[in-house]
Design a protein around this ligand. Structure first.
Ligand SMILES: O=c1[nH]c(=O)c2ncn([C@@H]3O[C@H](COP(=O)(O)OP(=O)(O)OP(=O)(O)O)[C@@H](O)[C@H]3O)c2[nH]1
Length: 209
């Protein structure tokens, strides 16, 4: 059984659309290290979650990157949502920026304690290098870091006035091709979202493994 590691039920709903009953939620609050990139946070989380669970894990780290704010809130999206809130982010964009472009990014980190074959995909290889280069992600107890495989998905859109009541998090203020993510059902959102794209890459790789 594959454990999808998150405290966020919205992420699990979307993962199940792709991975079905092969996946169950592991509600485990792994340590989120401070980094300006999602990959090392997800990789470090996957190692910690695998040690905790002792079975294959998939960690999902995601965030909203506003172009005119150099990617803020990015890896700090959950903190910013919990503190000033989604509506305040939208107001900040309104007040400060003419350029409303933003992207959602999702990095999935898979760990089952086993090494992986070298990947021919340069994106995956770069991510692995980025993850491996972050000394901070090592546990004190760890001598050899566990291998982690990373999959990234990105979707580009715009920040708009809140519309719709589906989804979660920043979905109401993120517009893609005329609709906000909160106006889409789970299948529509998955077909084009950052998480859907990362899940699709993972699903293909996992099925061939
Ligand atoms: O509108 C959204 N549509 C999405 O599809 C989406 N995916 C992530 N997010 C937001 O980005 C942060 C992730 O933070 P995050 O990866 O640390 O997750 P989290 O704290 O929610 O749970 P956990 O998985 O860490 O337990 C949180 O603010 C989420 O609300 C999204 N917002």
């Amino acid at each position: 059984m594959l454990r999808y590691v998150t405290t966020n039920p919205g992420k699990v709903r979307e993962a199940r659309e792709y991975l079905g009953d092969e996946v169950s939620q592991l509600d485990f609050d792994y340590t989120e290290i401070q980094a300006d990139d999602l990959a090392p946070i997800a990789a470090r989380g996957a190692r910690e979650a695998y040690r905790h669970a002792g079975e294959p894990v998939l960690v999902d780290d995601a965030g909203l990157f506003v172009r005119g704010f150099d990617g803020f809130p990015g890896p700090y999206s959950a903190y910013v949502e919990d503190t000033i809130g989604v509506e305040a982010v939208r107001r900040l964009v309104d007040a400060e920026l003419d350029d409303r472009r933003a992207s959602f990014r999702c990095v999935l980190a898979y760990c089952d304690g086993e090494p992986f074959d070298a990947s021919p995909d340069p994106i995956d290889r770069d991510d692995r290098v980025a993850a491996a280069a972050t000394g901070a992600e090592r546990d004190d107890a760890e001598t050899e870091p566990l291998p982690v495989k990373l999959f990234e998905g990105v979707v580009r859109g715009e920040i708009v006035e809140a519309r719709g009541d589906g989804g979660f998090g920043y979905d109401p203020i993120f517009e893609y091709d005329g609709s906000t993510f909160a106006e889409m059902d789970a299948a529509e959102k998955n077909a084009i979202s950052h998480r859907g794209r990362a899940l699709e890459k993972f699903g293909v790789w996992f099925a061939e493994r």
